[in-house]
Structures are given as structure tokens and as C-alpha cells.
Design a protein around this ligand. Structure first.
Ligand code: E4P
Length: 222
């Protein structure tokens, strides 16, 4: 399973890249706003800055919601850098635009997906990635990971090449459960990735090893 980081924060992207486990980045308008990135020129520059930190795909979301607007905005984004993936919302004009981009060889990420039916449409339109939002489903008492499993099952049955990108991940257990469900990618906040490192028995075990090693070093000096 690929690991993407779900942020527009350059320091966090650098930290995940330095860890050596990062395969790409996803952003959305809320994440850009959180970093205070506003105005078209700044937004476009920020996407290029992100592409220059990582080697994998970087999702940049369109704001337009009509077909012509999505197409022209998406083409402008795709020209920015070869790593850019055009992120398009799951709406009727979005599906039409994904088909257009797919025919032109432009990579897409169909976002705001909350059902298997929506994921089926995204695959039919030729999306490179489909982004089911599992955390937001969990928030309203639906099983988000169950949706990931359902989409993976359907895509495998029909050999759809669209990759399942589990989004809206909140914690390390979500990441593990997405891996078990067969997601192709999990896009995660940095803290959820770093929380995968944690286990109290690792800390206890390491403290004991270091204490024993220190004893051994002291005895050798004698
Ligand atoms: C990423 O592609 C999504 O936009 C993001 O994961 C949504 O996460 P949230 O539900 O925490 O806002």
C-alpha cells in the first residue's frame, strides 16, 4: 500500500519525505486555506513547491464545478508539473471532466466519494484514483473501512485500473485496516503515520537493551 501525506504544510511534507516512506501528497482547498495559501499565483506556486519536495503524485483540487471550468482549471494545473494529479469532485460535470482528462492522458483523483455506486462511476470515467472519505463516514456512524473493502472488491472483480485511495484517515488503526482491506493508497495526516511507530513494548524493550548494553560497556572498561 502506498502512503500519501494529506496536507499542504511543507514542513510536514519534508518530514514524511525524510522518513523515506512517502509515495505522494494530497491537498484540498481546506488544507491550502489552513496554511494561509490564497490567491491563484500563490496556490499554483505552492503546488510546484510540493512537487519539488516529493517524487510521487501530488493531487491539486479544482474549484470550478461546471464542465468547462473544471476542464480549463484542470488543464492549467496539469501543465504546472508532471507529478500533478487533477482532483475533481464527484458530481455530474466532474465525471464528464474525468472522462475528458482520461482521454487526454491527464491523471485524475475523484474526490468526495461516499458510496460504492459513486466509485463505480469514477472507475467507468477512467479516474486514476478514487478517494472514499472513510473518516467522515465513521463520524456519522457508518463503517468507512467497509466501504473501502466494497470498492476494492468491485474493482478487482472487473479489473478496473482505478486505484483506491483511502482518504479522510484519522488514526493509525484506520491505516492498518485500509491495508487489510486492500486499498492501493492511504492518504494520512503526518501524526497518523508517526503513530504507527508507537508500541509500549518497543519502548520497554529498547530501554532494557540500552540498560544491559551500558552494564556490559561498564564491565568491559573494568
Ligand atoms: C484527501 O484527499 C481528502 O480531501 C482528505 O483526506 C479529507 O480529510 P478530512 O475528512 O479529514 O477533511
Amino acid at each position: 500500500m502506498k502512503f500519501f501525506i494529506d496536507t499542504a504544510n511543507l514542513d510536514q511534507i519534508r518530514e514524511a519525505q525524510d522518513l523515506g516512506v512517502l509515495d505522494g501528497v494530497t491537498t484540498n482547498p481546506s488544507l491550502m486555506a489552513k496554511e494561509g495559501i490564497t490567491g491563484e499565483a500563490n496556490i499554483l506556486k505552492h503546488y510546484v513547491d510540493i512537487c519539488n519536495i516529493v517524487t510521487g503524485d501530488v493531487s491539486a483540487e479544482v474549484i470550478a464545478t461546471d464542465y468547462a471550468g473544471i476542464v480549463s482549471e484542470g488543464e492549467r494545473l496539469a501543465k504546472l508539473h508532471p507529478q500533478i494529479v487533477v482532483k475533481v469532485p464527484m458530481i455530474k460535470d466532474g465525471i464528464k471532466a474525468i472522462r475528458y482528462f482520461s482521454n487526454k492522458g491527464i491523471k485524475t483523483n475523484c474526490t468526495l466519494v461516499f458510496s460504492a455506486g459513486q466509485a463505480l462511476l469514477a472507475a467507468k470515467a477512467g479516474a486514476t484514483y478514487v478517494s472514499p472519505f472513510l473518516g467522515r463516514l465513521d463520524d456519522i456512524n457508518y463503517d468507512g473501512v467497509e466501504l473501502i473493502s466494497q470498492i476494492v472488491h468491485i474493482y478487482r472483480m472487473y479489473d478496473y485500473p482505478t486505484q483506491v485511495l483511502a482518504a479522510s484517515i484519522r488514526n493509525p488503526l484506520h491505516i492498518v485496516r485500509c491495508a487489510e482491506a486492500g486499498a492501493d493508497v492511504a492518504t494520512c495526516p503526518l501524526n497518523a503515520i508517526l503513530d504507527l511507530l508507537k508500541h509500549p513494548l518497543t519502548d520497554i524493550g529498547l530501554a532494557k537493551f540500552l540498560a544491559d548494553a551500558k552494564k556490559f560497556q561498564t564491565e568491559s572498561v573494568k
